[in-house]
Ligand binder design. Structure first.
Ligand code: G3I
Length: 374
């Protein structure tokens, strides 16, 4: 049995207390938490305290002015840099490091009692551009090993003690597939690049929780099976893999039972699990009101899938307002995948997410650790 974090036990106690007593406003067991039934004025981060998880959001580059930042610090207790900590931003040219943008975000987080997820040390996909060409061009193993070591050592060292978790390797598998993606690191070093990256990060900051983060592994199928096997292999190799992040980019209806099962299977390896990049596209059918109501249910269900797994300790949205979402460029404008509208007003999805966090008992019979039916 792997690491069983202390606050996981605390969560179980909190959840048990939620079972036996109605959540009240100012309930002492929730340390002054103002969350009551839906409609109260508590924030997501106050609701998340009830369930013992963190609720995070990805923060866009050059994060915007007052309204954006005000909602961010009010509602979330964890941040991820949407782009500012990626290789092309932190080391755009070899040996030239730029942490300005990332430092501003970490300073904001520290001033507002927010955790910071580091995203991401190693991610190379041909069409994405998160890794600069000077890296992608490397073919010699020793040169790649030197460049990888210099990058991870410098970046993790820069944020040591200020970033509590790192997506050390992002999307190591084929986007739609179940084999290792042939990125520049894999090409030069072979599959061992993943374990090497984890060891480099752990050597620099032994207190950081180290993740592999994957997309489209939320449903049943060959990709989640490949990800589970990759995690098993890394653990068997003694690599310092502490957690796996499942990205929650839902372009179609979420499948919460499959998502819960995937999270539980990974947790059963002794790993911490997180939902790392949640955005849920409006379903096309029905009136706008019906679409928004369905999105509320979808956010509720996805949150419940995480809450059903004791080792699922953080949920992170990929942005939080429809005003700024990567999906507008990816699937076209109007996807409206987040929980605040363009004017920072809470959508029904906001209340669906808050309901699950503030009242985990409302998730239903499978929402408690240990009740997983195989
Ligand atoms: O900062 C530059 C700006 O100076 C320049 O003027 C502008 C025009 O090209 O580009 C800006 O950089 C963009 C960056 O986002 C910051 O906005 C990059 O071109 C653009 O490619 C980058 O896109 C990000 C993408 O990852 C690639 O890094 C998206 O915002 C971000 O949402 C997306 O997030 C990824 C996760 O990291 C991993 N999982 C999938 C997810 C969606 O692809």
């Amino acid at each position: 049995m792997g690491r069983v974090p202390v606050d996981c036990v605390l969560r179980l106690v909190l959840l048990a207390s939620a079972l036996v007593q109605p959540l009240g406003c100012g309930d002492s067991s929730t340390s002054g938490n103002r969350c009551t039934a839906v409609g109260s004025d508590c924030s997501l981060r106050q609701a998340a305290q009830v369930s013992g998880v963190r609720i995070g959001a990805a923060v866009r580059s050059g994060f915007e002015g007052d309204a954006y930042t005000r909602v961010l610090v009010r509602e979330f207790d964890s941040v991820t840099a949407e782009s500012a900590m990626k290789w092309n931003q932190t080391q755009p040219r070899r040996g030239v490091f730029d942490f300005d943008e990332a430092d501003r975000l970490v300073a904001l987080a520290e001033a507002n009692d927010m955790a910071v997820r580091g995203h991401t040390l190693v991610w190379d996909q041909a069409t994405i551009g998160a890794t600069p060409p000077y890296v992608e061009e490397i073919r010699d193993p020793e040169e790649m090993r030197a460049v990888l070591s210099e990058h991870i050592t410098t970046v993790v060292g820069h944020f040591r003690g200020r970033v509590d978790a790192w997506d050390v390797v992002n999307e190591p598998l084929e986007t739609v597939g179940s084999t290792l993606y042939e990125n520049a690191f894999h090409r030069a070093l072979g599959p061992s690049y993943i374990a090497e990256a984890l060891r480099l990060a752990h050597d620099v900051d032994p207190h950081a929780t180290l993740f592999v983060n994957e997309v489209l592994a939320d449903a049943a199928g060959p990709k989640i099976e490949a990800l589970i096997q990759l995690a098993r292999d890394l653990l068997a190799d003694g690599a310092p893999l502490h957690g796996v992040g499942l990205q929650g980019h839902f372009f179609g209806p979420p499948r919460p039972q499959e998502l819960r099962r995937n999270l539980q299977e990974l947790a059963d390896l002794g790993l911490i699990v997180e939902l790392t990049e949640i955005d849920i596209v409006l379903r096309p059918a029905g009136s706008r009101e019906a679409q928004l109501e369905q999105q509320r249910q979808d956010y509720f269900d996805v949150a419940c899938a995480c809450l059903a797994v004791a080792s699922c300790r953080r949920m992170t949205l990929w942005g939080f307002t429809d005003r700024f979402t990567w999906l507008d460029g990816f699937v076209g404008p109007g996807s409206a995948p987040l929980i605040f509208n363009g004017a920072y007003g809470p959508k029904p999805a906001y209340f669906g997410l808050r309901e699950a966090l503030a009242k985990p008992a409302s998730c239903g019979e499978w929402s408690y650790p240990g009740s997983v039916e195989g």
